[in-house]
Design a protein around this ligand. Structure first.
Ligand code: PHE
Length: 454
């Protein structure tokens, strides 16, 4: 099969478009919904510190490795490994990624559906006149329902599929460029309101003062899983996006900008949420409902809260959408290039399968809440298996592939754009992908899964 058998690949249109799309993938529910509640469940400051170390020592090298693989191979997650290492089993890493995409989008679309319900609630002014107890009840009753959460999940999947079917340049690239900056502005306003609430200091202390006695063994695994999830790593999303990046673009620069944006937005979400959590006497370990209960409460305390609530939830839904399309794209790119389906067919096919899986996630808060597999409900099982197991495992193999299989010369050629950049820090990158990242991931796994207790 020759190169000309392929129709020209779609690609990103501009440098800013790449950043917007990659940051759009990274910044999503992972930052605003998942980060605060995972920090809350794991005791605050000390967990945050571990998370930040993982972002730098593991996240950055994995991200650069994914871009390198994708741009070098110009293929989907599985095809990239097949092309760069023909006749070897490495493509298995890509298959794991495609599997992870199914699991992630099944629970992601459930939560994204909740954000749509909260857009609706904002429009109809449903928060007015309630308090913490009321908001708690409102959230609990909604997610325990059947048709309402399913309806929103379906709408969300249709939106995701519709954009992915449209392709790269004319799809979300156009929208993300405008909408992401507005989201940042909204979070800044929320931060200001939150830190000026009476009693806010306790929340900031919870987030920023490390209490190492609160760190359990599985906190390390959760921090690693969150780092991968938040940066969209370990499952080929950024291999796939990397394959749409032009050969003249600066890969390391993109990596730094995307990771910095992602981390800053997660921190800002924490600063917006924890002061409010403590000011309103909410339990920080509340779990997946944390933002849906805390934020409406802040809006109630603000002049113009009606509008802020509305704008915020609309943007949150959009942030979710720019991430979910990047997850679906992993599957669709694979179906199109390897199974030779048309883009439309591939999208419909993938979206339908994921939605079916997603129904179980949604119902696990309601009529299926008694069903438990390995001691977890379906939602938790998908979330744990994908973020805490498959993503770090995928990341492990990705850095091993770049560090040991592709090797120094070949990686350097791709990352430096055939020598156009000097890359003084390249040996540090190689050291991270060869030793630091794989050993760290392996240790966290062994320790976090309880195979070894220190
Ligand atoms: N990074 C996204 C978020 O934080 C979720 C995601 C995970 C997207 C994995 C793609 C791949 O919301």
């Amino acid at each position: 099969m020759s190169e000309s058998d392929f129709t020209p690949r779609d690609s990103f249109g501009s440098r800013f478009g790449i950043i917007a799309a990659a940051a759009g993938s990274a910044v999503g529910l992972g930052n605003i919904w998942r980060f605060p509640y995972v920090v809350g469940e794991n005791g605050g400051g000390a967990f945050l510190l571990v998370y930040l170390i993982f972002i730098i020592a593991i996240g950055l090298p994995v991200m650069l490795s994914e871009f390198t693989i994708g741009r070098k191979a110009q293929r989907n997650a599985i095809g990239s490994f097949r092309k760069l290492s023909p006749g070897t089993p490495w493509y298995f890493v890509g298959m794991m990624g495609v599997a992870a995409a199914f699991l992630i989008l099944s629970f992601y679309s459930a939560v994204a559906g909740w954000t749509l319900e909260y857009v609706f609630k904002s429009v109809t002014n449903a928060f007015a006149g309630t308090d913490e107890t009321g908001l708690n009840l409102m959230f609990g009753t909604f997610i325990a329902g059947t048709w309402r959460p399913l309806f929103w999940q379906l709408i969300f999947m249709v939106l995701t599929a519709w954009i992915v079917a449209a392709g790269i340049k004319k799809g979300i690239e156009k929208y993300t460029k405008v909408l992401m900056p507005v989201l940042v502005l909204m979070i800044i306003i929320l931060c200001i309101r939150s830190v000026t609430l009476p009693g806010a200091g306790e929340g900031l202390a919870f987030l920023f003062r490390p209490d190492f006695s609160a760190l359990s063994a599985d906190a390390f695994l959760s921090a690693l899983g969150q780092a991968f999830f938040s940066l969209s790593l370990g499952m080929g999303t950024l291999i796939t996006y990397g394959s749409y990046i032009g050969k003249k673009e600066n890969l390391p620069g993109t990596v730094v900008q995307v990771s910095a944006a992602d981390t800053i937005i997660a921190l800002m979400a924490g600063i917006a949420i924890f002061p409010a959590v403590f000011a309103f006497g909410i339990d920080p370990g509340e779990g997946p409902g944390l933002v849906f209960i805390t934020l409406p409460n802040i809006f109630l305390q603000m002049p113009g809260g009606y509008y802020f609530a509305l704008i915020f939830f609309v943007l949150l839904a959009i942030a979710a959408l720019t991430s979910s399309i990047s997850v679906l794209e992993v599957v669709v790119a694979y179906f199109v290039e390897e199974l030779r389906l048309t883009r439309k067919m591939a999208t419909v096919f993938a979206a339908v399968m994921i939605t079916v899986l997603g129904v179980f996630c949604t119902l696990s808060f309601g009529i299926m809440s008694d069903v438990s597999i390995f001691g977890m409900d379906f939602f938790n099982l998908m979330e744990f298996t994908a973020s805490d197991l498959l993503l770090p495992l995928g990341g492990f193999f990705i850095v091993m592939f770049v560090g040991w299989y592709l090797g120094s010369a070949s990686s350097r050629k791709e990352i430096s754009n055939e020598g156009a950049y000097k890359l003084a820090y390249f040996p540090i990158f190689m050291f991270l992908v060869r030793f630091v990242a794989p050993v760290a991931i392996a240790l966290v796994f062994i320790y976090g899964l309880g195979l070894l207790r220190l």
